[in-house]
Design a protein around this ligand. Structure first.
Ligand code: SF4
Ligand code: SF4
Length: 80
């Protein structure tokens, strides 16, 4: 997991990650219970709470998937 975080930081520094709405992770709103556990783990601060539900900004999401295992209801997945 440390390697993943390091890769994210390096990629951000060198701007080599392509930000793409197609590749972003998304929250299935009906499954989100508003626990906020996913928010602090996001290295790009892409996750915000709106009306009690987590919302991922596709322009900020770098697809690192660090938020996925934090969600107790499996509400976060890679956009297909
Ligand atoms: S996949 Fe990574 S960048 Fe995207 S919302 Fe989750 S933690 Fe943030
Ligand atoms: S961890 Fe899952 S249930 Fe909790 S706020 Fe994030 S998306 Fe919603």
């Amino acid at each position: 997991m440390k390697i993943v975080k390091l890769m994210v930081v390096l990629s951000l520094l060198f701007g080599s990650i392509a930000l793409s709405a197609e590749g972003a992770h998304v929250v299935d709103a009906p499954k989100c219970v508003g626990c906020k556990l996913c928010v602090p783990v996001c290295p790009t601060k892409a996750i915000t709470m709106i009306k009690g539900k987590a919302v991922i900004d596709p322009a900020k999401c770098v697809d690192c998937a660090l938020c996925v295992p934090k969600c107790p209801t499996k509400a976060i997945s890679k956009k297909k």
